[in-house]
Write a protein that binds this ligand. Sequence first.
Ligand SMILES: C[S@@+](CC[C@H](N)C(=O)[O-])C[C@H]1O[C@@H](n2cnc3c(N)ncnc32)[C@H](O)[C@@H]1O
Length: 290
Amino acid sequence: MAQANDSDRAVGPGPTFPFKSTESSERTVSERELEKLKNDRILVSDFKQKKIEMEAQKNWDLFYKRNTTNFFKDRHWTTREFEELKACRKFDAQKLIMLEAGCGVGNCIFPLLEEDLNIFIYACDFSPRAVQFVKENHLYCSEQCLAFQCDLTKDDLKATIPEESLHVVTLVFVLSAIHPDKMRHALENIHKVLKVGGIVLFRDYGLYDHAMLRFKSASKLGENFYVRQDGTRSFFFSREYLANLFHQAGFHTLVNEYVLRETVNKREGLCVPRVFLQGKFQKCTRNACQ
Ligand SMILES: C[S@@+](CC[C@H](N)C(=O)[O-])C[C@H]1O[C@@H](n2cnc3c(N)ncnc32)[C@H](O)[C@@H]1O
């Protein structure tokens, strides 16, 4: 089974050019692309949308049943892109306590555990199968991690993680899978377990990513929100939308930038533009976020 770059299934495998650019403005789309997006007006019916929402957990669990641990690549870029994972300690020997929210099968956490012994990682996902794969990984050990099943939009993280105890939360290609009406609640849930001054490290799909332009008609659920054939969903974030969402949930923005890349899709002989949004959001000091 081939592995996908970052978190994309629609575009398929292929090497990513080493160049990376970080931008504060969104990707410029061609007139043809704009036309395609404008013409895509018909939304999936309300009935079907409710069904997709009700079956969200089942659909992710089936995804991991089909793909087991073979789909996503290990994310070895996290300490390079998010230097806070190393630098946010007040002193060298301080243990870093973090949560990987929506951990999948652990492609973010295991590279971190390999690199850094002085870390404790809570890892949650709402697919029980994904959580089981994390627990079965040979790097999993109870001194350094605790994996648990949880729906970020419903279950209280405080049931497992002490209130205001975390230095860092990573949210990597997860918020895009959640219905926009529930994103704020998921962030508020995370907010409660972060220390004041703690940081959310975010990476996800950006507006006009190639995957967004590839959705066929009848896949649109709402503005910038689509459903894949397997029933999993994907939202494409603009900087403004994301900043507003985090702000409403009690965070202020440290970084919020588009990452523009090009990926070679050998199968289709194409070089395609990828757009991600990368951000760092800090839990405000009490009363400082209005
Ligand atoms: C694209 S995967 C990313 C996994 C992982 N963060 C990584 O980088 O490899 C998205 C994950 O979000 C999880 N997820 C989606 N909605 C969720 C929710 N409401 N609560 C918890 N996890 C959720 C899915 O089960 C899936 O494992």
